[in-house]
Design a protein around this ligand. Sequence first.
Ligand SMILES: *Cc1c(COP(=O)(O)O)cnc(C)c1O
Length: 394
Amino acid sequence: MGQTIYLDHAATTKTSPQVVEAMLPYFTDYYGNPSSIYSAGSAAKGAVMKARETIAATLGVKTNEIYFTAGGSEADNWALVAAAEAYESKGKHIITSKIEHHAVLHTCAYLEKRGFEVTYVNVDENGILKLEELKHAIRPDTILISVMFANNEIGTVQPIKEIGAIARERGILFHTDAVQAYGHMPIRAEEMNIDMLSASGHKFYGPKGIGFLYIRTGLKLRSFLHGGQQERGRRAGTENVPGIVGIGKAAELAAERMEENEKKERALRDYLTDRIEKEIPYCRLNGDRERRLSNNVNFSFRFVEGESLLIMLDMKGICASSGSACTSGSLDPSHVLLAVGLPHEIAHGSLRLTVGAENTREEMDRTVEAIKEIVGKLREMSPLYEDFIKKNVP
Ligand SMILES: *Cc1c(COP(=O)(O)O)cnc(C)c1O
């Protein structure tokens, strides 16, 4: 992308060249159907098996607990709907948080239409789930708790192990949308009391349209797609072999490079955060400073319209986001920023920058300079800012 500065890694990442290289032969040479008997088929079958093993190892779970899906949204939909249906004879109450991705929130809304009751637990002003409120929300008919591992907008990392323990003690299933966390930070499903976990390839340098759902042995969830016996009968359809090979390779590379990447990202993140806070007045860092993804920066700038800021950054070749890709284009401010208590007008002036290990400090400098200039220009045009300055600056 030439001179562009890509700072939207929470929306998607570039497929790593090694991943593409690993995938290519499965389009052209080993294109056989994994269900076939002949050797071109068994080569594909072996590759699918290997990817499943790699991913299972990264989570410390059994190979046959990993089910490939067509991405994170599918994994979330499957987990929630199937768990609701499987356990509805026990109860029809589900608990989640107010800051989930729409793949979870809209699936919950669908379940509400189908007669389930959903409690949306609050987060504190930093975006961390209120554990006491979660405990109080639990009822005898609660069958499922779903809380995301890390938030895609403000980067907050939730106390997953504690939430899992609360669920397990009470015999309630626990699902976590780990799409932003998987491949970026260590996750041990067993130790963290996780029953189901969703992840997506394109969020950690793998291909788009491939993800997986971890389902702990013993959960009697219905199949997601009915048909052939693929994915042990639970998700029919000829396997996306190149995609599976790709997500397997991406998982392997992510595990190898995790510490190094985290360190690089954290340095860039902190540098960017520091400079913005010091050099641009009337801004607020959203999300928790400590319990935060190593790549996430999210600021609100008062007297600035987020969409204008994004468009002007784009003109300078900088790719950023105003929150989640799904909400841009609509005029509603982000549900996550509202949940942490921002008033509408401040939530509207928000900017998310998510760095990657390949970004450089020089790019951070150019980005800060661009934001300074644009925020200054936008404020000059704002009558609200003019009023504010008249009243507050002597
Ligand atoms: C991107 C994302 C998803 C959706 O994943 P897809 O593979 O794009 O369907 C779900 N949850 C979170 C937290 C995400 O960031």
